[in-house]
Design a protein around this ligand. Structure first.
Ligand SMILES: [Zn+2]
Length: 77
């Protein structure tokens, strides 16, 4: 599942392989999911979500069932 993390709290795992930017980033309503952090978040995607992104998907579910709409850029592409 995708995770929302700021630059200071990038996911330190092998599961999240790419990130997309929530619409409007960095002026986005999506904030880092680390407790006590309120920085704007990038949307970190799993391998399967990366494939979906490349196929045109832009809505991704994060913890709690919230969906985030991503812009059209993917990093690294
Ligand atoms: Zn953070």
């Amino acid at each position: 599942m995708a995770t929302a993390r700021c630059d200071d709290h990038r996911p330190n795992d092998s599961e999240h392989v790419s990130y997309a930017l929530p619409l409007g980033y960095p002026s986005t309503a999506v904030t880092c999911d680390v407790v006590g952090c309120a920085m704007p978040a990038r949307l970190w995607l799993t391998k399967d979500e990366r494939k979906a992104f490349l196929a045109g998907e832009r809505l991704f579910t994060i913890g709690g069932g919230v969906k985030i709409r991503a812009a059209d850029d993917l990093f690294p592409n």
